[in-house]
Design a protein around this ligand. Structure first.
Ligand code: FES
Length: 256
């Protein structure tokens, strides 16, 4: 049960049915309807300050490679080679295989597949494919890395797994953030730098986590995130609401 105050009066909203928090079919539906379609925050721009800096992120079961290109912009791609689908950049779980292949984002500013050495520039274009040439009807331009949508706001970067649909529907980070965009306009979010981060696995459905984690940040019934710049404290309304709204919309679409 969630309480909301409206016009001075408290109203209650029903939680989703319990199986929405446990069913793998529901999660698969959320993966398709939410995580594969919408923009979500994936990190801070300052994590990748220089050309060639990169990060591998796991997003809704997909491995995503975000890089700073030679011209200084951030781009993201599926971490998958266009030849035989090998992973371009290793992830921590790959070390289970005890195989050390040479590949990934190289210091020379290229992305090299460790399997057969296909090589891409940081803009995702295929620049070398050993043993294949134009005489065999092979056209390198047709084999760029598959892009992932990337947009930035307030120093945060956001990813969208389906950039073609996002562009078709004119879905943007700004539109998705809704009122949070205006509400935070006075705050210098771009100037923030990460002081410390903590990663931990939570044994809970993703929808259960935001309202519960908000407890530790809030000082009243209204969820806020507190950020300190120097000695000054800024309080910002939580920006997770659109995702929670989306889950509720999906609940309504679901068969009874
Ligand atoms: S799978 Fe990448 S070069 Fe063959």
């Amino acid at each position: 049960m969630t309480a909301h105050a409206r016009n001075g009066q408290s109203t209650l909203q029903k939680s989703l049915p319990s199986f929405f928090y446990t069913s793998s079919e529901i999660f698969e539906r959320e993966r398709k309807l939410i995580f594969s379609r919408e923009w979500f925050c994936a990190g801070r721009e300052e994590e990748l300050p220089a050309p060639g800096n990169h990060i591998v992120l796991e997003v809704a079961g997909e491995s995503i490679l975000a890089v700073r290109t030679a011209s200084g912009v951030l781009r993201a791609y599926y971490n998958v080679c266009r030849h035989r689908g090998a992973r371009l950049c290793a992830t921590p779980s790959d070390s289970d295989w005890n195989v050390n292949l040479t590949g990934g984002v190289m210091s020379s500013g290229v992305i090299r597949c460790p399997y057969h050495q296909w090589t891409y520039n940081l803009d995702g274009e295929l620049i070398a494919a050993p043993f294949l040439n134009a005489a065999e009807g092979f056209c390198r331009e047709d084999f760029s890395l598959y892009p992932v949508g990337l947009d930035a706001w307030g120093g945060f970067f956001f990813l969208n797994l389906n950039p073609a649909t996002a562009s078709e529907k004119r879905s943007t980070v700004r539109a998705q953030l809704g009122p949070a965009f205006e509400r935070t306009a006075r705050y210098p979010l771009d100037a923030l730098r990460t002081g410390h981060s903590i990663s931990y696995a939570v044994a809970a459905n993703w929808k259960a986590y935001p309202p519960n984690s908000a407890r530790s940040f809030q000082s009243s019934s209204r969820p806020v995130v507190r950020i300190w710049i120097g000695k000054r404290e800024f309080r910002i309304a939580k920006v997770l609401t659109p995702l929670q709204k989306r889950a509720l919309q999906i609940a309504r679409l679901s068969p009874a």
